[in-house]
Design a protein around this ligand. Sequence first.
Ligand code: HEC
Length: 369
Amino acid sequence: MKPFAVFVLFLQLTCAAWAGEAELLFVRRVAPLFAGKCLACHGKDDAKMKGGLDMRTRVSTLIGGDSGKRAFIEGKPEESPLFLAVTRAHDDDWKAMPPKEADKLYAEQVAWIKEWIAGGAPWPDEARVQIVAKANEAKWSAEDGVTAVTSGGQSPEWTNRRYKPEGLWAYQPVKKPSPLESSGNPIDAFIAAKMPADLHPAPAADRVTLIRRATFDLTGLPPKPEAVDGFVNDPLPDAEAFAKVIECLLASPHYGERMTQHWLDVTRYADTSGFANDYERGNAWRYRDYVVRAFNADKRYDQFVREQIAGDEIGPNNPEMLVATGFLRMGPWELTGMEVAKIERPERVLVRAASLGGAKRKSVRHPSN
Ligand code: HEC
């Protein structure tokens, strides 16, 4: 074999395992971009191929459309109709693509196409695309984040949102971490483990400060002087004496009132309907008090949510269950004669569902959950 042939063979062999930058770019960015932004008009339907351009394969794209020109020239983005069209700056030669202004590519996407053509516009077949995609899956999803399909947005990017995995913590199964070595509270050990070296924890609060903070946190009120005295003079060690304070606060009826504020925020509670008329809701407080009772009785979270959605089904003759469904009447409602009931009702249902979704997500952090 001639040395040159050996060299070519060597190149071919290494290329089989190795994907160049431009090929990676195609698989990771350009192919999904074509699929999402171009193929609807340039490949999906033979009968409706726009501009005569079929972008399903490299060859059909090279052949080009009605203009009779190749859609791209390897290595030369500035001479490639496909690139010139997506820049939207060559209206004299090439219509802006995609045609609708609202669908225009982001600068970053335009840059991918440019870079890909400049890199020789490699366009591997589907089997090769799969191999390259699979080989890089873990790396790319670590860099770009995991995809979560949302209820729908203005663009595919919004519908298929990418999140850093840690950003989706609320949807991941709860894991019990093994406690770290610590002399004090194990939670402090977790904080200490991530504390930058130049930061130092504040000194432990004295008993007066501590009971004041805890009481505001759990009841929204300052501690009574007797409670402060009791804690300050408690001969038990700090941790045990403080545990007693917390038990006492959790047993206080004000605990339910305090926690209810948070739940009422997510359910969009108000004593009036909002908007211009802002009608009074004379009975809204009954629902508010139901939530207070639920917290004070330490009601299970699943039961709590069920009662608010379907209390009338669960206990049709139980006033407490009927009051729970006050949830469904929360949030702002526009009440005017101009409203069309048919439009209004589904909208209200959607808003309630969204509020419940938000409530459920937030509740992951809720201590009684
Ligand atoms: C909503 C439909 C639609 C979408 C989406 C669309 N195009 Fe087009 N495309 C057209 C139409 C219509 C023409 C013919 C325009 C004309 O010549 O008046 C065309 C023509 C073209 C041409 C010129 C073909 C030729 O040789 O004449 C190129 C290149 C092109 N499109 C690229 C793209 C690219 C790249 C995308 C995606 C980023 C895209 N188009 C998305 C409808 C679309």
